[in-house]
Design a protein around this ligand. Structure first.
Ligand SMILES: *Cc1c(COP(=O)(O)O)cnc(C)c1O
Length: 399
């Protein structure tokens, strides 16, 4: 690798930039995970973690990437052959459904639109038709990282209640927790699935399950085979500040520091910051004359923006130029969007000038790649940022 001065711009939508405070917190000698110091530390950490998910119930931490927390949610609440309702909203929902199939569940697929998110009325109609209650769980991705489209979790809960359907509501918040407003208890979510490497500003390697009383009840009769992911082993050990197997001790130190940072800023301010930087990004995209993957009817994501390349131009060739010339990594289009769209991650440890650097790299890259675009996207974003302040309740208010 040739030497590159300054810092790399990592603007993929996860893993995200790790703040120095978190890096320093991880850089500690190993602690005995069966000793009293660890138990005191982990007990406090587990208690505080509930505040991030907004739940009074326990949150389980696995030493795995987010995919593990998907599997954990399924094997702890369901039985072989159970039907689960899923939506074709993007690549992550696609992968989650594939996992369901491979572990012996029967996913039903609804919709085939990567630009609008879950259509709640359609889901409600499907649940109303399921009078025998064969569907045991509804699975949705809160923030689809492949498309930059949000689905309304609270509205899904209301629709399920109105349909009088007893299915569990399982939600992937891997790219939304710590970036978008999220309320596990208030929104009636049964299992929340999360990961450490996106809004939580951590390396990959920790994943989470938050659970409702109803999910804990379902756990008692769930027949999927499980060992490593078993909630009961975790809950029993977590009670004393311990884990059933070796926890990722140093990542837990980092998580503790990351939570300090989130609470020092204030969660509402964190959400407002993401919403404002996302709005600035969308103004840039429109200013360039490009189209976002999130269509008019979709809820645009506060943490990632995906934009289409003009017809006949390759998004991956453009990203290669940006990487080589400006040392910036942008996200590529996934699966059906490969080569057609690129993604700008604007989540985690991130601020206005980092966004301006990112957008200027995109604008220069568009020029070098010979892509037909209008200059002025960066200007549009800067004007918006100059006119607005990031404070909870005030984000974008000055418009
Ligand atoms: C990143 C991501 C995942 C995948 O998580 P891994 O940590 O790579 O296993 C799943 N769902 C969403 C929404 C994501 O953004």
């Amino acid at each position: 690798m040739s030497f590159k001065s300054g810092h790399h711009f990592l603007q993929i939508p996860g893993p995200t930039n790790i703040p120095f405070r978190v890096l320093r917190a991880i850089d500690q000698p190993t602690m005995d995970h069966r000793g009293p110091d660890f138990s005191a530390f982990a007990s406090g950490l587990l208690e505080r973690l509930k505040l991030v998910f907004k739940t009074k119930n326990p949150v389980i931490i696995y030493p795995s990437s987010g995919t593990g927390a998907w599997e954990a949610a399924m094997v702890n609440t369901l039985s072989p052959g159970d039907k689960v309702l899923t939506f074709e909203t993007g690549q992550f929902m696609h992968l989650w459904r594939d996992l369901c199939r491979r572990i012996g569940l029967e996913p039903i697929v609804e919709g085939d639109d990567w630009r609008t998110g879950v259509i709640i009325e359609d889901a409600k109609a499907t649940l109303e038709k399921d009078t025998n209650h064969e569907i045991k769980a509804v699975c949705m991705v809160h923030n689809e990282t492949a498309t930059g489209v949000v689905s309304d979790v609270h509205a899904m809960r209301k629709a399920m209640d109105e349909a009088g359907h007893p299915a569990l509501l399982l939600v992937d918040t891997i790219s939304s927790l710590g970036s978008l407003d999220y309320r596990h208890d208030e929104w009636g979510v049964d299992v929340t699935i999360a990961g450490s490497q996106k809004g939580l500003m951590m390396p990959a390697g920790l994943s989470f399950n938050a659970m409702s009383d109803k999910a804990l009840e379902a756990n008692k009769s769930a027949k999927m085979p499980r060992c490593y992911w078993d909630w009961q082993d975790m809950l029993k050990n977590n009670n004393g500040g311990f884990f059933p197997y070796t926890p990722a001790t140093n990542l837990l130190f980092g998580l503790d520091e990351a939570m300090d940072m989130l609470f020092e800023e204030g969660l509402d301010n964190v959400y407002a910051r993401h919403a404002r930087l996302a709005e600035a990004t969308r103004r840039a995209v429109r200013g360039w004359g490009l189209e976002t993957v999130c269509s008019g009817n979709g809820i645009p994501s506060p943490s990632i923006t995906a934009a289409f390349m003009p017809e006949g131009h390759d998004a991956d060739a453009f990203r290669k130029i940006v990487l080589e010339r400006f040392d910036m990594s942008l996200g590529g289009g996934l699966a059906r969007l490969q080569g057609k769209a690129f993604r700008i991650g604007h989540l985690g440890s991130f601020n206005e000038l980092m966004l301006c650097g990112t957008l200027s790299g995109v604008e220069m890259g568009l020029e070098i790649a010979g892509i037909p675009f209008t200059k002025g996207g960066l200007d549009a974003a800067m004007s918006f940022l100059a006119k607005t302040e990031s404070k909870a309740g005030k984000a974008a208010a000055a418009e």
